[in-house]
Design a protein around this ligand. Structure first.
Ligand code: FAD
Length: 322
């Protein structure tokens, strides 16, 4: 059946997904399949993470280009400062723009595994705000894409379609693990807004009040850009331990216990989906402008979350959009 007849009925609530490039080329076909399923739900965008130090940088562009050519969903490219010098970052931004990628999530980046924060070479770009400025500068020196500029390229019509270029940035409702006081995170967000960021996506959080309180404080301080809540359905105790380690978030005791006592994988998946869906409903009720879901390259869990949250009303899509 056609994409149109199998597409789910989405509510007016905007949503988006984050995926990551596969570690090896062998993982690409499965990810492309997943992208097809995610795209069929008609998200606002699909973002693709970028490995610090460029470890999966090349494959990141490959995945972004696949989204651009094979779906109607705008791709959004994560880019990081860590491991990038000014010239290198400029060349990278040009390479992404040349490939037709116009929207970015500008990040400072995390140190590569095993490297201490203090030993990280941040290069000339010391913060995400500097990267936002650089992306703006490189974008400004380019003429808009036209179909004529890239004759014979499959998907050229899509590449030529004018789109609003977005520059997203990260926000930390419960504080960045390295920040010394809550105000520092708001100041960092204000700096990124001043540099030209068009919206923010939050680090994952486990309680709606974490997000809603942060948005309130940010608005009071003068942040006007939309702040999209980042939500991660967590479907196993091992995954929970890993994300707490990476994000520095506090252990969500109820979710942790519910996952631990659940004997089956299917049961744990239901716990994770129910928790994420409740969080999505609560932040939307509190005024969130949409939902950004960390998909972990698995479409079923995030689509189930959106259905349970009432954001995807009738997702009966069996076939991915190609
Ligand atoms: P900045 O805006 O430059 O700083 C963020 C915060 O860190 C500020 O609040 C500031 O107060 C505090 N801070 C920074 N340095 C210090 C310091 N030395 N001392 C005290 N406080 C400090 N990482 C990747 O490598 N690849 C990705 O694709 C990726 N995607 C992400 C997507 C999202 C939605 C989020 C939330 C994070 C992502 N990260 C990714 C992780 C991110 O790079 C790290 O959290 C990084 O440490 C901070 O990035 P930033 O852009 O917020 O940095």
């Amino acid at each position: 059946s056609t994409a149109a007849s199998t597409s789910p009925t989405a509510s007016a609530v905007p949503f988006s997904f984050e995926i990551h490039p596969p570690r090896t080329d062998a993982g690409l076909p499965a990810l492309c399949e997943t992208i097809g399923h995610l795209a069929a739900a008609r998200p606002q965008f699909i973002s693709v993470t970028f490995g610090a130090g460029g470890s999966t940088g090349g494959r990141s562009l490959e995945v972004l280009t696949h989204i651009l050519r094979e779906t109607d969903v705008p791709p959004l490219a994560h880019l990081t400062c860590v491991g990038n010098r000014y010239e290198g970052a400029t060349a990278l931004i040009r390479e992404f723009l040349d490939a037709g990628i116009e929207s970015f999530l500008a990040l400072r980046g995390d140190p590569p595994a095993g490297v201490d924060e203090d030993d990280v070479d941040l290069g000339d770009l010391e913060s995400a705000a500097h990267l936002v400025q650089l992306i703006h500068r490189v974008q400004a020196e380019r003429a808009p894409y036209t179909e004529a500029a890239i004759p014979g390229v499959p998907g050229a019509a899509r590449l030529g379609r004018p789109r609003k270029a977005e520059i997203a940035v990260a926000a930390f409702p419960n504080g960045h693990p390295r920040s010394r006081h809550p105000r520092e995170d708001i100041d960092a967000l204000l700096a990124k807004q001043a540099a030209g960021a068009t919206f923010a996506i939050t680090q994952l959080f486990f309680h709606a009040d974490d997000y809603l309180g942060f948005v309130c404080r940010a608005r009071d301080a003068g942040v006007t850009i939309p702040i999209l809540p980042g939500i991660m359905p967590i479907t196993s105790p091992a995954r929970l331990r890993r994300v707490l380690e990476l994000s520095g978030e506090e252990l969500p005791v109820e979710l942790s216990v519910a996952l631990e006592v659940e004997p089956t994988g299917e049961g744990r998946r239901e716990v994770g989906v129910a928790h994420a869906a409740a969080l999505a409903r609560d932040v939307l009720a509190g005024g969130a402008p949409g939902i950004h879901l960390y998909a972990f390259n698995n479409h079923e869990t995030v689509l189930a979350t959106l259905r349970e949250a009432g954001v995807l009303i009738d997702h009966d899509c069996k076939e991915p959009v190609r």
